[in-house]
Design a protein around this ligand. Structure first.
Ligand SMILES: *Cc1c(COP(=O)(O)O)cnc(C)c1O
Length: 465
């Protein structure tokens, strides 16, 4: 028996740091991080120890704890998760997954210098938009294009460039709020133009716009009502009619498409979403849309349209503040490149692949995963496969439209507590698994599952209290 007072038996900071086991940590993380970590552990041992304790942690135990603590604090809080919510483009989960071509492009460009704003032919300063403009105009048929940080920025920049201190009539049915506090009325106020509301919430007619146009009108604007749908006694003015009206009054017609798909989605069994090409064909002078919604690329806001208007937009000093970086640029360029081969799009762009997935394929994945889930959950819940509907998300097509299959987890105890415990246990896996709760059940919609093994291989670590 060691008869020394218990506190004196706690190893010193120097002894822990000087130990063989700790040398590796010092080499890897530096002396400062290790010393701070050791001090914190020793302090907590001291504060928890009483005179009657005999069980003093050994140096090895302390170093093990230290390694765990350091790894825990050094891991970035941003990490991959598995999205099984049934929402393909989930804004809170980072929207579109990028195709491999975009990822390897980013890795290449991240590593060193590039000709981001350098004209290799002329040997002098170039324009960063040159890397994307031809691809975008080639696909959309627009005269010119520019790209900014996201679609909210695209709308802000467009309005600030073309309508500052002037009026913009917008239908009352289009004054939408899109998640994350993007509200059309507020964006208009921030961009320095005056919103003139026209029509009513459910019905807006051409004559409403005609009456709203005056000397101070800068442009006509149409906003795609992304995330909700007005049903019943409704009426809105078509893009063609608005384009003609704007043109007859010598003002531009601007459309904010929001999700802005570049391909017709109807072959996937989805309702027709207006494409960027169609908006241009309908006569829009400027069209804005997102890069990370249905396009399936990185976060970006794409502005296309008439050359003269794009030039005005690019000359706005705000453009400099809203521009994209080289990583986004190369990722978007790679994704746009894939659009040159429409037949293989669904294989290569994850967003489109998820949308196009058949119920049979999803069900097969559910059957593959189910046997691994049953044993780990049998004490807590009943697990089976059910039919559900996935949604596109991110304000694209507001309804749940895509028939899908989900693994359903019904807790044995109908209490909310057990459901929350199970849900939380999945959230705390090394690669967190995020499902959706519906009617007291946890659903894992497998439409967006990449590799079933990503889920099954970590199930041994599922820790339900
Ligand atoms: C999503 C959306 C936006 C905002 O786009 P971000 O790329 O998220 O900034 C703007 N307008 C409409 C109609 C949208 O659907």
């Amino acid at each position: 028996m060691n008869s020394r007072p218990v506190f004196a038996q706690i190893p010193s900071v120097d002894r822990v740091i000087g130990s063989e086991a700790c040398k590796f940590l010092v080499a890897k993380h530096g002396r400062s991080v290790v010393t701070t970590g050791v001090r914190a552990i020793l302090a907590s041992i001291r504060s928890e120890l009483t005179e009657s304790d005999t069980d003093i942690p050994s140096v090895t135990t302390i170093v093990d704890l230290l390694r765990h603590n350091i790894e825990e604090t050094q891991r970035p809080s941003l990490k991959p998760v598995i999205n099984l919510t049934g929402t393909v483009l989930h804004t809170n989960l980072g929207r579109a997954s990028l195709p491999e071509e975009a990822i390897s492009g980013m890795v290449k460009i991240a590593r060193g210098p590039s000709n981001l704003e350098y004209d290799l032919d002329a040997g002098k300063r170039g324009d960063r938009d040159d890397h994307l403009e031809r691809a975008i105009t080639g696909i959309t048929g627009a005269e010119a294009a520019t790209v900014v940080n996201n679609n909210a920025a695209a709308v802000l920049l467009t309005l600030n460039s073309l309508a500052r201190e002037k009026e913009v009539p917008v239908s009352r049915g289009e004054l939408v709020e899109i998640g994350g506090s993007f509200r059309i009325p507020e964006i208009m106020a921030q961009s320095g133009c005056k919103l003139v509301e026209v029509g009513s919430t459910n019905r807006t007619h051409l004559r409403d716009y005609q009456q709203a146009i005056g000397e101070k009108t800068a442009l006509l604007m149409k906003v795609h009502t992304s995330n909700y749908e007005i049903k019943g006694f409704t009426s809105s003015v078509t893009d063609q009619e608005l384009a003609e009206l704007a043109s007859s009054r010598h003002i531009p017609f601007v459309t904010d498409l929001g999700s802005g798909t570049l391909v017709d989605l109807s072959p996937f069994g989805l309702p027709h979403e207006p494409t960027a090409q169609e908006a241009i064909d309908a006569g829009a002078d400027i069209v804005t849309f997102s890069g990370d919604k249905l396009l399936g690329g990185p976060q970006a806001g794409i502005i296309i349209g008439k050359r003269e208007l794009i030039a005005t937009i690019k000359a706005n000093p705000l453009k400099r503040a809203l521009r994209i970086d080289k990583m986004t640029m190369v990722a978007l360029a790679e994704v746009l490149n894939l659009y040159k081969d429409p037949d293989r799009l669904c294989d290569r762009i994850p967003t489109l692949r998820y949308l196009a997935r058949s119920v049979q394929e999803i069900e097969e994945m559910a059957r593959e995963i189910l046997p691994s889930l049953l044993p780990v959950l049998s004490n807590y819940a009943t697990v089976d496969i059910v039919g559900v509907h996935s949604q596109i998300g991110s304000g694209s097509l507001p309804l749940e439209l895509l028939p899908s299959k989900a693994i359903r987890i019904q807790p044995h105890k109908p209490s909310d507590k057990q459901l929350q415990q199970i849900t939380k246990a999945f959230r705390h896996l090394p690669t967190p698994v995020i499902g959706r709760i519906h009617d007291g059940e946890l659903l894992f919609d497998l439409r967006t599952m990449e590799q079933p093994a990503d889920l099954t291989e970590q199930l041994s670590q599922l820790d339900i209290p």
